[in-house]
Design a protein around this ligand. Structure first.
Ligand code: CUA
Length: 183
């Protein structure tokens, strides 16, 4: 074997080790991350029993809609179910921090609010939380964006943003607000 052939063989052997080391590193990272996530589930994950939403707890019907909190923010609670949202129309004040808390009573739903970055998935058994702020008064549509069955295309609600003065007046009359007329 010539000196050049020896040199080529050594270079090949070196690259075999380098490639093997890269593969080993990637596999090691995958194994480490898998174990890491198993031992440390997301801390803020909240669960809820989808079968008893209407009976007790945070998502009973009387507790749905928008409510003022002591810190000046608004909490909006809503439920998605085949094939509607409750409430059907969400009422919120403009230029105010909004916390949306929502879940599903049956299958996976989701919603986005047109013209905003609001985009939430509703998974039965879990509480979805989303922070939003609507700059201007106005109306938005809120369609379900996860295919949830034959009625999916007809599943949508509204968001009505009112100015702060209107909100304050309405909030004096009632603790939970929505603009929906439900039957
Ligand atoms: Cu609910 Cu699609």
């Amino acid at each position: 074997m010539s000196a050049a052939e020896h040199a080529a063989e050594r270079a090949e052997a070196r690259w075999v080790w380098i490639v093997a080391a890269i593969i080993a590193l990637l596999l090691g990272m995958m194994a480490y991350m898998s174990l890491h996530w198993i031992t440390m589930p997301p801390q803020r994950m909240e669960t809820v029993n989808p079968g008893t939403l209407h009976l007790a707890g945070e998502f009973v019907e009387a507790n749905l809609g928008s409510a003022s909190e002591a810190d000046g923010s608004i909490t909006v609670r809503l439920i998605g179910s085949q094939y509607s949202f409750t409430p059907q129309c969400v009422l919120v004040p403009a230029d105010t921090p909004i916390v949306i808390r929502a879940t599903s009573a049956d299958v996976v739903h989701g919603f986005s609010v047109t013209g905003t970055n609001v985009n939430v998935n509703l998974v039965p058994g879990y509480v979805s939380t989303f922070h939003a702020r609507f700059q201007q008064p106005g109306e938005h549509t809120m369609p379900c964006h996860e295919f949830c069955g034959v009625g999916h295309a007809a599943m949508w609600a509204h968001v009505k943003v009112v100015d702060k003065a209107t909100w304050a007046r309405l909030a004096q009359q009632q603790r939970r607000l929505s603009c929906a007329e439900r039957s």
